[in-house]
Design a protein around this ligand. Sequence first.
Ligand code: IPD
Ligand code: CA
Ligand code: CA
Length: 262
Amino acid sequence: MLQRLTDIAREAGEIIRSAREVERTVREKTGPRDLVTKYDLLVQEYLRRELLKLLPEAGFLGEEDENREDLSEKEWVFIVDPIDGTTNFVQGFHNSCVSIGLARRGQMEYGVVCNPYDGELYAARRGEGATLNGAPISCADKALDHSLLIFGSALYYRELVPETLRLFNAAFPLVQDIRRFGSAALDLCYLAAGKAGVFFECRLCPWDYAAGSLIAQEAGCVVTQMDGTPLDLFRKCGVLAGSPIAWQGLREVFQNQKGEIL
Ligand code: IPD
Ligand code: CA
Ligand code: CA
């Protein structure tokens, strides 16, 4: 299964990498920050077809679905973001990926994330560790002040701007430095590979973190909601993730903040 998911992610990635005149295919969903292109839809349809060939009885949850199917009775569910990092894709900023998660009874079993621009493919099966292009990876082991923090701006939720900036301000003086790359799935994989120590974003959708959360966990990271509770695979939630030591450090910083942690 993992090998086949890997092949499908690479093939889907090829659609992204070879896309041309992307800006001409853009449609604004709710405004200039919320974009969809012809390629998001093409890749999603490709993934739906290939993934359901692999496991016909599975449900399919994809970001670009207009009508969501009822998944409550499904044992297996694919949770898919055809292009995570659509704004990057439109701008020609080559940090986007295909993200494929496969959950069984609400628990992630497989995750594959492929950045077609640099050929990096991250994969994990629950209980079997995480890999980058087939080689085992593991998270960093550094305290907060020696860790890069990757943050996500929760850009689709303007009401979260004050909260996001409040947490950013609290964390900034205490970490080595801050990065914002524009693909939550890849952000989680960067933690898995030890390229950064910790990540937060105040609200994400399941397809943003399904695959990446398993990859990060299998590499030794802690991945939770902002309040430390487990992620919800079927509802939007905030994400706090990192190596155990950096996750704990950031969690304490946020806990010491006044106000509500989302
Ligand atoms: C977005 C990216 C981005 C994150 C947003 C996501 P999309 O996904 O992961 O990094 O900050 O919250 O929605 O819209 O490019 O698939
Ligand atoms: Ca996404
Ligand atoms: Ca997307």
